[in-house]
Design a protein around this ligand. Structure first.
Ligand code: GDP
Ligand code: MG
Length: 824
């Protein structure tokens, strides 16, 4: 009985057993453990018949049903009813069962996987004490050798598999290794790697990572690496890959015991390194993987046998074995259809078949990992060919190049964007004028002209700048340069407690926070993601630009560019300080290393750049069509009502009197009517609902030097920061007619005077107040769209944090600017 393997699926109804081990891929085992199927746990079979599916079990006082195919992955030791009762009662097993359990649980099956000639057989021979033929040739037979031996108190079943460079092609060796891993479920895969030829050897490793198997890496030929004078940060590489890496010289038997100890630790879940990582294939491929994965996941049978992500990747690679595997399923047509579509889509995007693109991305992962951890020996590095990467990620040249590209990008955004922006502004001006003329006076016209067209128009005219910015960002991403930039920034970002990859969301954040926050998904760990999500809104998004443009051109005659730049910089400084503080408080001693992929360089195509630009812009366009439209209408309503009050009605009555007065000449009549009309508008606007709200909150903003109209505009900016300008337009509009020269909002702002308090008669807006106002707008809490993204990606806690923290920081900064400025 000891040598026989019994699985849970074979246990008859009413019988009892104790769990010895789980097999299968990582995700599946994890799911079983969550259901309570852990080693040493007692299970009673409630209902099992040979053709019955699912089977019902009682475990941890609860009932769980498993499919037969799942139960086959659970190895058990049968126990009698009496033993089971006793076990439940006091937690001890009989000596006999304990002995069998121990024997079974202390048996580890290890599969040796690696390239031909990397030293697998040498390792096998040294570990097992056997004398298998070691040779400098590959692929003689497609066969495996089994060796059994003891190490510590564990029994090792070592399987020496044929060498393969990959598990993608269809050579008999590759098929054999793949089948072995998925059918025999070794407890641990020992990946032997030739350290003197890392880049090529690690390709197989990336495939094992996709397969999500428990792994240990033997870094063999370590003597060769040392002889070459190369240096490798093994610990860093190990944390990046998520499994232990042990240097070995297997021809001399060095490092073998360490490897075996490490295997025991992984088997017993005792090692601190093991975690399942995903190789990041880049936004396009990841999107396709997700779509296929979702189809695959609908089938329970397949996803208990293989990780869904792995199947998706294989299908995109058009892997025949996997296609065959899938063809047995019910859902096969759908899966195949989605996979075909995505393959075609990837081929359209990259002009190469999907398999080539995916292996390109795998090499990107390897190159990134090695760039950070591997230094080639001095003697040999002289011979190394000149590469573009050496230039772009060079310590001295890299930064000037990066700064040049960023400068170019922002320059283009604003100079090129200015033209279409003017055209759009003209168009909306014309549209408003047309409606004004065509529509009859009344509430509909007022809503349309002053509300919708004015509000949405001022925001919409900004779209070209955003499209151009996203176009440039897409090109930088598509060429592969962005990944190099992130790589270059990595050290600097680490000082901020962040990761180099956060750099990309930050750059996108200058366009719009929403796609930037979405882009944080490429960050692997939660700490980096949260820190980036909550600091991205400090990157001055393009929605704030209209406010800056308005106030800077109105109140600063000299140094306009400098003022604008200081605002952007202040945002970056706020992000750095915030990140450092939050990291100190919330994420102490969490530093994880991740691979920064260096994807292959590609020549960007116009189609891709446009597609990616559009993907990113859609968020912004959606925001305009929904949130901003709604917000403008709400603000308009609050501003337009109430239309009747004793005072307002008295104006109307007097206007009617003037109209009917026969003693006045037409010119006099018109002049009087105009004055009355204007007074009525001012009166209406100062008593509107929004004015009431504004006056209510104004005291909070008074120490910052803001009047109630500014306060109201800030409130409306919560909907979207662009709205600040349109609300100022609406609110200060009343005064536009005050004198003939105040035809624009700018001069209207300049004409604003305090009507009460000790500053009565003095202008509201000074350069100081304008600056403080811009800083407040830069820092205070994100617009609803960005905020909903923070809530969605970061959770409620961090959403609330963003609201409270950012607003307090904004208030404090504006307060300091105002008070210090007043003293000077
Ligand atoms: P396999 O094809 O992966 O089974 O590799 P083998 O075990 O047959 O080894 C291939 C060759 O590499 C043999 O000549 C070994 O002596 C040699 N070799 C194995 N391990 C090492 C090592 O750690 N250092 C060095 N320098 N040579 C090794
Ligand atoms: Mg061999």
């Amino acid at each position: 009985m000891e040598n026989q393997k019994v699985t849970l699926s074979e246990m008859p109804t009413g019988s009892n057993c104790v769990i010895v081990r789980l097999s299968g891929h990582g995700g599946f085992r994890h799911r079983l453990m969550e259901l309570g199927f852990v080693r040493g746990e007692k299970v009673r079979v409630v209902k099992n018949a040979p053709l019955l599916d699912p089977i019902e079990y009682e475990i941890m006082q609860g009932h769980v049903s498993l499919r037969r195919i799942e139960a086959q992955h659970i190895e058990v030791v049968p126990v009698t009813e009496e033993v089971a009762q006793n076990y439940t009662f006091n937690g001890t097993l009989t000596e006999e069962v304990t002995r069998i359990m121990g024997e079974k649980a202390k048996t580890i099956t290890v599969a040796l996987v690696g390239n031909p000639n990397c030293g697998k057989t040498s390792f096998f021979n040294h570990a097992t004490g056997m004398r298998e033929k070691v040779g400098n040739y590959s692929g003689v037979t497609v066969d495996s050798k089994l060796g059994v031996f003891k190490h510590r108190d564990y029994t090792f079943n070592f399987v020496d598999l044929p060498g393969t460079y990959s598990l993608t092609e269809y050579s008999p060796e590759e098929l054999y290794v793949r089948k072995y891993i998925f059918e025999n479920h070794p407890d641990v895969v020992l990946n032997i790697v030739d350290a003197s030829n890392l880049e090529r050897n690690l390709f197989l490793t990336t495939q094992l990572i996709d397969m999500n198997v428990p792994m240990v890496m033997g870094l063999n030929m370590y003597d060769e690496l040392e002889k070459n004078g190369d240096q490798l940060d093994i610990q860093a590489l190990s944390t990046m890959f998520g499994f232990p890496i042990i240097p070995t010289v297997s021809s001399k038997g060095k490092g073998i015991d360490k490897v075996l100890d490490s295997i025991i630790n992984v088997y017993e879940n005792l090692d601190g390194v093991t975690k399942h990582i995903h190789i990041n294939y880049g936004a396009d491929i990841e999107k396709s993987i997700d779509l296929v994965k979702n189809e695959v996941k609908k089938d329970n049978v397949l996803s208990s046998e293989f990780p869904a992500r792995y199947v998706a990747i294989k299908l995109l690679e058009n892997d025949k074995v996997t296609i065959e595997e899938v063809s047995k399923l019910q859902n096969t047509d759908n899966i195949r259809k989605v996979a075909k579509e995505q393959c075609a889509e990837l081929e359209r995007t990259y002009k190469e078949d999907a398999a080539t693109v995916i292996s390109g991305a795998k090499y990107g992962f390897i190159r990134g990992a090695l760039q950070e951890t591997y230094t080639i020996g001095k003697d040999r590095s002289k011979q190394r060919a000149y590469t573009v990467d050496n230039l772009l990620t060079n310590r001295w040249l890299g930064f000037p190049i990066l700064i040049f590209f960023l400068w170019l990008m922002f320059q283009m955004t604003f100079t090129l964007g200015a033209y279409p922006q003017q055209w759009l502004e003209m168009f909306f001006g014309w549209l408003g004028g047309m409606c004004e003329m065509v529509l009859p006076d009344g509430i509909i016209k007022a809503l349309l002209v002053d509300g919708v067209i004015a509000g949405v128009g001022s925001v919409f005219s900004f779209l070209p700048n955003i499209l151009i910015l996203f176009f440039f960002i897409s090109i930088l991403e598509d060429t592969g340069y962005m990944a190099r930039a992130a790589f270059l920034m990595d050290k600097l970002m680490h000082k901020m407690g962040l990761h180099g990859k956060s750099f990309i969301p930050y750059i996108i954040g200058f366009g719009c926070s929403v796609p930037a926050i979405m882009a944080t998904r490429t960050l692997e760990n939660r700490k980096d993601r949260i820190l980036t999500i909550i600091t991205v809104p400090f990157m001055s998004c393009s929605a704030r630009i209209p406010v800056y443009m308005l106030l800077i051109s109105a109140f600063f005659t000299k140094y306009k560019g400098l003022v604008l730049m200081s605002i952007y910089l202040l945002g970056v400084v706020a992000a750095i300080i915030t990140s450092l503080i939050v990291k100190k408080i919330s994420f102490k001693n969490q530093s994880d290393q991740f691979v920064m992929e260096l994807p292959p360089y590609r020549i960007p195509t116009l189609r891709n750049a446009l597609v990616h630009m559009w993907d990113k812009s859609v968020q912004y366009v959606k925001k305009m069509g929904t949130v901003i439209l709604l917000a403008t209408v709400i603000i308009w309503v609050l501003e337009y009502f109430p239309q009747h009050s004793a005072q307002l009605d008295s104006y109307t009555a007097r206007m009617e009197q003037v109209e009917a007065d026969p003693t006045l000449t037409p010119a006099e009549k018109e002049a009087q009517l105009k004055t009355l009309e204007f007074d009525r508008t001012v009166c209406q606007s100062e008593n509107s609902y929004i004015a009431k709200i504004g006056k209510f909150v104004a005291p909070v903003f008074r120490p910052l030097g803001f009047d109630w109209k500014m306060s109201v505009s800030l409130l409306t900016g919560v909907a979207a920061k662009e709205i600040v300008v349109s609300s100022m337009g609406v609110l200060y509009h009343a005064d536009l007619n005050a004198d003939e020269n105040s035809s624009t909002l700018q001069s209207s702002l300049k004409a604003q005077k305090w009507t009460e308090g000790k500053e009565k008669g003095q202008p509201v807006f000074t350069p100081l107040v304008a600056y403080g106002y811009m800083i407040f707008i830069l820092l205070y809490f994100p617009c609803v769209a960005a905020l909903s993204a923070v809530f969605r990606e970061g959770g409620r806690k961090w959403g609330l944090f963003s609201i409270l923290y950012n607003t307090s920081v904004a208030w404090l900064a504006a307060f300091l600017i105002h008070t210090i400025g007043m003293l000077l």
